[in-house]
Design a protein around this ligand. Sequence first.
Ligand code: PLP
Length: 395
Amino acid sequence: MINATYQAMLNGKSVIRMIGERASARRAQIGASEVFDFSLGNPSVPCAPEFTSTMIDLYETQAPYALHGYSPSVGIESVRGAIADSLNRRFGMDYTPAHIFPTAGATAALAHAFRAVAEPGSEIITFAPYFPEYQPYVAGTGATLTVVPADTAHFQIDFDAFERALNPRVAAVLINTPNNPSGAVYSEQTLRRLAQILEERGREWGHAIFLISDEPYREIVFGGAEQPYPARFYANTLTCYSFSKALSLPGERIGYVAVNPRAEHAELLVPMFAQISRTIGHNCPSSSMQLAVARVIDKTSDLGVYERNMELLYGALVRLGFTVEKPGGTFYIFPQSPNPDAMEFCEQAMEYDLFMVPSDSFGVPGHLRLSYCMETDHLERAIERLEQFMRERYG
Ligand code: PLP
């Protein structure tokens, strides 16, 4: 016998991956330069040079048992300290190492955060459009994911719909800002209003509602703006971070959960994460990766290309008549599909070797997600191809 749940999941593979695989197959046929792949959010800039030199230095100077040995189950103390200091310096917080738990990327950070605050049968609320992997992440905890419909004008929170969805079974509210797929950056006003509602309802129901803030795109914000730090506005916040995007290290699997020191049971949560690790087979990110990111904690890759690409693509989409909100960050844009059947539009675009993702699995119909992680000259050619497609099929 094999497990029926996971066997059934084989029929529900991610649409993003499916389109990405079709793009790869096409690259093998006609060469990478002729394929315009907007499907995957895979960073296209190299990692920060300081990261590479740090890795070389660690390998040359550290004792092998320190570099390759087991990490304590709550993470390496000096690494937790470096992360806490950086967050305190940047966002005026008061984390100590005891509030930081290194993880294998945001995926593992979320896995720990969900399990620490939700029970089987409880609810986690999130907002459309949302990262489709939240579905399996939450399903694996036994809790249910409730999706609040989108404010498709600006992709901020529709508070009326949110208040209607809240109920005493809600253990946590999951936000992602800057947002994959919309590129929206939640404003301070949005975060304050969210905090006020969570405080009021938590008091009314006699238990904390946790805010789980998924922030892998925190550093990719445009126009010289900054993402307001959600934990500053709400005590019961678990911040889930990843170095995948800002340092271009998605294959290295490194991130963390930061527990707001003012959260209910703050002192229990990190030790509980270590117990959760035992049940899900996580047992810490690699020791060398923890040590490396701690040394380059405030560095990023050269992220400027994403903003240049966003401006180019946004301008082209507007010129072509798409209805589209200008992204405030990330490396995605989320226009309305000119064809209400977004999947059909994407199929037609593939005939022109343009690979885009239909929005349905993000919880919003009739939109397209385009990732612009690519060299700018390739994007310029992709835009020419998009113009040709639109002229010939939607002119
Ligand atoms: N959350 C969001 C919104 C993402 O877009 C991603 C990856 O694309 C993740 C989480 C997972 O990130 P990681 O690579 O750190 O596991």
